[in-house]
Design a protein around this ligand. Structure first.
Ligand code: AMP
Length: 468
């Protein structure tokens, strides 16, 4: 998963992109990058590096990243280790100048790369954005005399027809402007924002989340639709305008995990607020717990900080049981999920949290998390609460059981590593050392979201079929 942003028209767009990236940091902490286009010198400028946004860029860097158009990226590596060569944004200068960032994963990446290699293409990275770059470049070559806007439409159409998976792309096309598109099912998010500039004109931006746009002064216009290309000509002094073309729409199936975990609580995706959805999920889960257990037997409801707190408070209210903070998070320890290797992950979980003993001594605790994936976090936390004196520990997950890998950009591993795959709920509780485990049901998730969504990791039904 990653965070992306692109904007135009500011005198020095890199500064605004930097501020937007700070608001997208939760979508990826492995690396950060900015690419700007400087029309005055006809140059792309870029800086990308492993590390967090605030550590990667200095004020001098941002001054050096000249130009009115810029793209930014925060990376969370879905597959394998993070290599310098895989960092984004990327730029191509042949046969046409183009700068790109993306968020997502191509499920037919290997097949596409093979077919491009067979045509004599070469690669500098293992990043699937490079496949998108090749597909777009090929389309630009095939119609060299058509107007640039027409060639961009063909390039985006080619990607959507050939690339399967979840992907949102933002790009700079020097000579035309800024553009953004989403895969035919709109699995990964992409929002358009508009801003009134000091000279009275409007300018536009794209980003993974509207909260990041708001931070840089843009109002939310709308989501880019599934299979839609949107572009903003912004060359010379012309007023910027949004242009759009629906290219390969196949029905919207945005990833449900954006609402459950990934997006910031103040974001709105597809006009469905993340905060309200998390509240609703907590209420529905509370009703399920209340139907299975006598609520008075639960002494304390608590959250695994931070994402699940909204649902946990709503769940406690529904059960009319006290909500308390039981786990204190050390915010300086690296996020456990991103570490490679199960051992490292387990150590990280125990370093990440300390326990407020006085709240749980001799008590029955219901611990709410947004999701249980491998079960590493839950298992460790149940053990930790028991060591600190809890009499009983129940777990509740606001995401339904994850039983299938994600092919579209979230690091949900092989079935064999997913604790809920092939196990009935009491066996999951046993594997997690808990006295019981409760999950949101798929039906409750449908109620909470009130719209169709990609649930491949829950059902095994993939929008593009199984991986190529
Ligand atoms: P696990 O420990 O493997 O069961 O993962 C579940 C925990 O990791 C929960 O506390 C989630 O908040 C968090 N989590 C779930 N999915 C992701 C993800 N894709 N990236 C980072 N953290 C995640």
């Amino acid at each position: 998963m990653c965070g992306i942003i692109g904007l135009t028209h500011a005198v020095q767009s890199a500064h605004d992109v930097y501020r937007g990236l700070l608001m997208l940091q939760h979508r990826g902490q492995d690396s950060a990058g900015i690419l700007s286009w400087d029309a005055a010198t006809g140059m792309f400028h870029s800086k990308k590096q492993l590390g967090k946004v605030a550590d990667v860029f200095t004020a001098t860097d941002l001054d050096r990243l000249k130009g009115a158009m810029a793209l930014g990226h925060t990376r969370y590596s879905t597959i394998g280790d993070v290599k310098e060569s895989d960092l984004q944004p990327i730029a191509g200068v042949m046969p046409i100048g183009i700068g790109l960032v993306h968020n997502g994963n191509l499920s037919n990446y290997a097949a596409l790369k093979q077919s491009l290699l067979a045509k004599g293409r070469a690669f500098l990275s293992d990043n699937d954005l490079e496949v998108i770059l090749h597909l777009m470049s090929g389309a630009f070559v095939s119609s060299p005399t058509a107007p640039l806007g027409e060639r961009l439409i063909e390039a985006a159409r080619t990607v959507m027809q050939r690339a399967e998976g979840g992907y949102s792309v933002i790009g700079i096309l020097p000579g035309l402007g800024l553009f953004g598109f989403r895969d035919p099912h709109g699995i990964r998010p992409l929002i358009i924002g508009e801003r009134d500039e000091a000279d009275g004109r409007k300018s536009y931006a794209f980003a993974s989340e509207d909260a990041a746009l708001g931070f840089v002064g843009y109002r939310r216009v709308r989501d880019v639709a599934p299979g839609e290309l949107v572009w903003v000509p912004s060359v010379g002094d012309e007023a910027e305008e949004l242009h759009s073309r629906s290219l390969v729409p196949r029905g919207g199936l945005p990833c449900m995990f954006e609402w459950i975990y990934f997006s910031s609580a103040d974001a709105n995706l597809e006009s469905v607020p993340v905060y309200e959805t998390r509240l609703r999920l907590g209420q529905l889960l509370g009703a399920r717990v209340g139907a299975a257990l006598d609520p008075s037997t639960i002494d304390v409801v608590s959250a695994v900080p931070e994402t699940s707190r909204i649902s946990a408070i709503a769940l406690a209210e529904t059960l009319q049981r006290p909500y308390r903070e039981v786990l204190i998070k050390n915010r300086y320890v690296q996020r456990s999920f991103i570490l490679n290797g199960q051992d490292k992950r387990q150590v990280a979980v125990s370093m990440k949290f300390s326990v407020v003993d006085s709240v749980i001594a001799g008590k029955t605790v219901l611990l709410v998390d947004d999701s249980i994936v491998r079960g590493t976090t839950s298992r460790k936390l149940v053990q930790l609460l028991r060591q600190h004196g809890a009499a009983r520990v129940y777990l509740a997950s606001s995401c339904p059981p994850i039983r299938h890998p994600c092919l579209y950009g979230i690091d949900f591993p092989d079935r064999k590593d997913l604790v809920a795959a092939g196990r009935p709920l009491d066996a999951v509780a046993q594997a997690l050392d808990a006295d019981g485990v409760f999950y949101t049901t798929l039906a409750d998730l449908e109620t909470a979201l009130g719209r169709p969504f990609c649930a491949a990791c829950l059902t095994g039904e993939y929008a593009y079929g199984a991986a190529a």
